[in-house]
Design a protein around this ligand. Structure first.
Ligand SMILES: [Mg+2]
Length: 105
């Protein structure tokens, strides 16, 4: 994952220039936009074949996130591994509405 994050970061710097505070916020807006597109395609999957679009929209989310992390000095792989160690220790239960909620720690 570090290799692809580095490639995304290089591509992003080449296309969009040096890191500024405003650019970091623009990338966060892009992540939100791409999450919306992923959500839209997932909704469409109920009525049509989205097997080609869904992976591309998931990739857009990951690319925007990797660009943000690379420019912010975040090792995304290390961060995910650290957070997964936390997640593995958490317990989840389903409430009356069928929603999964985290048990108090
Ligand atoms: Mg997209």
């Amino acid at each position: 994952m570090r290799e692809i994050q580095k490639e995304v970061g290089e591509w992003h710097r080449e296309k969009f220039g040096e890191t500024t505070y405003g650019l970091l916020w623009a990338i966060i807006s892009k992540i939100e936009e791409e999450c919306g597109e992923l959500s839209d395609v997932q909704c469409l999957s109920a009525i049509q074949d989205t097997s080609k679009e869904l992976p591309m929209e998931a990739a857009d989310v990951a690319i925007a996130l990797m660009a943000f992390c690379d420019r912010s000095g975040i090792d995304l792989e290390a961060a995910i591994r650290a957070k997964m160690r936390v997640n593995w220790c958490r317990e989840w239960t389903q409430n009356d509405k069928g929603e999964w909620v985290r048990e108090k720690e």
